[in-house]
Design a protein around this ligand. Structure first.
Ligand code: IPE
Ligand code: IPE
Ligand code: MG
Length: 261
């Protein structure tokens, strides 16, 4: 996407948004596809299919709003517990999205990334992902990161294994292991932590998503199911984010000098 297609300050103001309070990184737990479909007497997969349309809308909107990164939770390491038929259809949709979206990712100048245990996915899916990662690596737009077959506990466990090997081989001293060492061994190494986590379909839980990275993220839950979550809902989440007072354990900006009660 060319720079001109990004929202101007005036356009942002018309949405009651201000560039200064736009989050750098938003991560979304896209939930409620099945319930959306069931409420309409449709098979669950119809919800997933509609969900892809929401993905397209939100990716483009996030880029127009000037986000640095958008991370989408597409498939968790626990989602393999679903019926085989749903799994087959989900993997088919993912494959289709990867192939069809490559051109759009290039048009918008996005940098495509994935996190998760990718080696457990079908080889053709891995290959399609790799192709998009490579062709989009030189782009300078928003990073679009898909979490596929992702689980935060597994990610942290793998990081511990990698650090343990480095300790065993004498490449790092246990006392030198810092928060940065841990962060650098996660699948999200080099990515900023999410500022805002959105979850759709009224579930107030994290479901094994980015446990380390969301220590100080703002959380926003909406009743909307993912297939009905579109640009306006996304901007509503950003307006709510702008009103939050992020203290990171300290005091609100401007309160430091306030007299003690
Ligand atoms: C989210 O929708 C998509 C995936 C987890 C793959 P769900 O399929 O979880 O929909 P609900 O929560 O059952 O409604
Ligand atoms: C979380 O949704 C995973 C994704 C959105 C990919 P789930 O529907 O799997 O979460 P639970 O089972 O309700 O916690
Ligand atoms: Mg769900």
């Amino acid at each position: 996407m060319s720079k001109e297609e990004k929202y101007t300050d005036a356009q942002l103001a018309a949405f009651s948004l201000d560039r200064a309070t736009i989050p750098r990184h938003v991560a979304i737990i896209m939930d409620g596809n099945g319930r959306w479909a069931q409420k309409r007497g449709l098979p669950r997969i119809e919800g997933h299919r509609r969900g892809v349309t929401s993905v397209r809308s939100i990716v483009e909107e996030a880029s127009r709003l000037g986000l640095q990164q958008l991370t989408l939770f597409c498939f968790s390491s626990e989602n393999w517990k679903r019926p085989p038929r749903e799994l087959t259809l989900l993997m088919h949709l993912l494959k289709q999205y990867l192939v069809e979206e490559r051109r759009e990712i290039q048009r918008q100048g996005l940098r495509f990334k994935v996190i998760g245990k990718l080696h457990e996915l079908e080889p053709v899916i891995q290959a399609e992902m790799q192709k998009t990662i490579e062709v989009s690596a030189g782009n300078d737009g928003m990073t679009l990161c898909l979490a596929v077959n992702y689980g935060a506990r597994q990610e942290i466990t793998e990081a511990i294994q990698k650090i343990a090997v480095e300790v065993r081989d004498g490449r790092i001293n246990p006392e030198d292991i810092s928060e940065k060492t841990v962060a650098d061994h996660l699948m999200t190494a080099t990515m900023p932590d999410p500022d805002l986590v959105i979850r759709t379909a009224s579930e107030f839980r994290i479901s094994n998503f980015l446990l380390w990275q969301i220590s100080y993220s703002e959380l926003w839950v909406t009743e909307k199911h993912w297939p009905e979550f579109r640009e306006e809902e996304f901007r509503e989440a950003l307006r709510a984010f702008a009103r939050r007072d992020r203290r990171f354990g300290g005091l609100s900006v401007g309160k430091e000098a306030a007299p003690q009660a």
